[in-house]
Design a protein around this ligand. Structure first.
Ligand code: GDG
Length: 459
């Protein structure tokens, strides 16, 4: 924040809103709340409910922060959320053009809901509000707000990767969608690779230009800044939670069940971008080639289901059940289950205890904007006896966590080798690697992230 002048309210807009009474909220929600509390704020988005009265807003106030949500109609939900956002944009942004199911009426629904958000928001705005829009559901929101006369500073952060321009142009009517990014003042991305993709798209595909000073100009003549802001976690809080979790009964029970075996952990939303079938196959490969490890390791994969209304998600769930059954059928003994595949979610505090118990985290998405689980795993380790992170090169986190064992998740042999190496890594090397990664996370936590973005937006 610049100078001494009190900054305006912070208005956060995202598809889903983390309401104040909800307990299962992550670092992003608490960072947004902290930033809003400091300056007064409003958080606006979808209630998560389907209803017929989309003109009615629900309001909840918590001290200086107001939460405003609206229901979506069945058609809007199906076309905007389950349709265009999750069946066209999500796979496209995760380098899966083969899974893109583009339908014109769903794009229309997506644009219509963005206009609906703009209609509501414009009535709540004050002239010096600073607006921060989140994620791929709301790309055209600033353009819709500008069309309604909004002059405020508006920033956008993309939580997914941004793929190479050559992939972006495969989406029908891509320009109508992506060129609206120029209506923002600042566009934030996780990594330099994502930023390069954005610049390439504007400069070489849609007739934009680079202005002196590094601003990008869209073909409509509007210019904006784009920059890298790698999202992070509340490092101190997550580390404390892991220390406290050692006292929980569930952690003692997990340890007892391990009987001294080394725990390998994976925690991912059940999503095809997370590389879960590839990970299971790599574990199979390891067990096949390293019989010496049989009965000495146990792999716990936690995968809470998500987006169950989308067919690809139901399909991957079936595939993983089959693979887990296959691996256990092939290697299990009466007193040893090689893979524990758990399709449910847990309180975050318990998760931090599981991370701390695990000797290795196996985090191998095919593509991931950042991957906060990788960062949480590092923050949860016991400094005296830390575990090892095996991390996909294609997670945004790999750009910062250079001391993880970085792997290409498409190669089961490479992954299995890294896993074998992690399981036998000497304490000295584990400590060195962990310290280097923890230094990054202590410096770059979630508050530093939101401050850096807001400072750039308002400067
Ligand atoms: C998107 C982008 C980007 C997981 N299982 C449980 C649980 N979690 C928590 C984790 C972590 C969060 O959910 C997952 O964050 P990720 O970053 O790993 O992945 P996405 O959900 O795909 O997030 C991603 C992120 O946005 C932020 O920009 O990093 O690339 O895809 O905090 O701990 N939390 C609880 N129970 C669970 O079972 N309570």
């Amino acid at each position: 924040m610049t100078g001494t002048k009190a900054p305006g309210r912070l208005v956060v807009v995202s598809n889903r809103v983390a309401l104040p009474k909800q307990t299962a909220t992550g670092g992003l929600a608490s960072a947004m709340r902290a930033a809003m509390r400091e300056r007064g704020g409003l958080w606006f988005g979808w209630s998560g409910k389907i209803g017929s009265d989309t003109g009615r807003l629900r309001r909840v106030r918590d001290d200086t922060v107001e939460y405003v949500t609206l229901d979506l109609s069945r058609t809007d939900h199906d076309q905007f959320y389950a349709g265009f956002a999750n069946r066209a944009l999500w796979p496209l942004l995760h380098y899966r053009p083969d899974l893109v199911d583009y339908r014109r009426e769903q794009l229309e629904g997506y644009l219509r809901v963005n206009a609906l958000f703009a209609d509501h928001l414009v009535q709540m705005l004050e002239p010096d509000d600073v607006i921060w829009v989140h994620d791929y559901h709301l790309i055209p929101l600033a353009a819709r707000l500008r069309a309604r006369g909004v002059k405020n500073r508006i920033g956008f952060f993309l939580h997914t990767p941004l793929p190479a321009a050559a992939l972006l142009i495969g989406l029908p009517r891509h320009q109508a969608l992506f060129e609206t990014l120029s209506a923002y003042d600042l566009v934030g991305l996780h990594t330099a690779r994502d930023l390069r993709a954005l610049e390439d798209y504007f400069l070489h595909e849609i007739g934009g230009a680079m202005r002196p000073g590094g601003r990008l100009r869209g073909p409509d003549g509007r210019s904006f800044r784009a920059a890298v802001f790698p999202i992070s976690i509340d490092t101190a809080q997550v580390a404390q939670s892991a220390r406290e979790a050692t006292r929980l009964d569930e952690i003692a029970q997990l340890e007892t069940s391990l009987q001294g075996r080394a725990l390998i952990i994976g925690v991912d939303r059940l999503d095809y971008s997370k590389g879960l079938p590839e990970r299971f196959r790599a574990y199979d490969h390891l067990l096949e080639h390293r019989p010496d490890l049989h009965r000495r390791i146990s792999f716990l994969q936690i995968a809470p289901p998500s987006r169950g209304s989308v067919p690809e998600y139901r399909q991957i769930r079936r595939e993983l059940e089959r693979l887990a059954g296959h691996i256990n059928g092939k290697y299990a003994a009466p007193d040893w289950v090689p893979i524990r595949y758990v399709n449910q979610s847990f309180p975050h505090s318990l998760l931090t205890g599981y991370y701390r118990t695990a000797r290795v985290a196996l985090i191998t998405p095919l593509r991931d904007g950042m991957n906060l689980v990788a960062k949480e795993y590092v923050a949860c380790q016991d400094p005296k006896n830390p575990g090892v992170l095996v991390l996909s090169r294609f997670a945004g986190a790999a750009a910062e966590l250079r001391d993880a064992l970085l792997v290409n998740p498409a190669d089961p042999a490479e992954l299995a080798d890294a896993l074998g190496r992690a399981l036998t890594m000497p304490l000295r090397e584990r400590r060195q690697r962990w310290r280097a990664m923890m230094d990054v996370l202590e410096k770059q936590d979630i508050d530093a992230w939101s401050k850096a973005f807001l400072e750039r937006l308002t400067s």
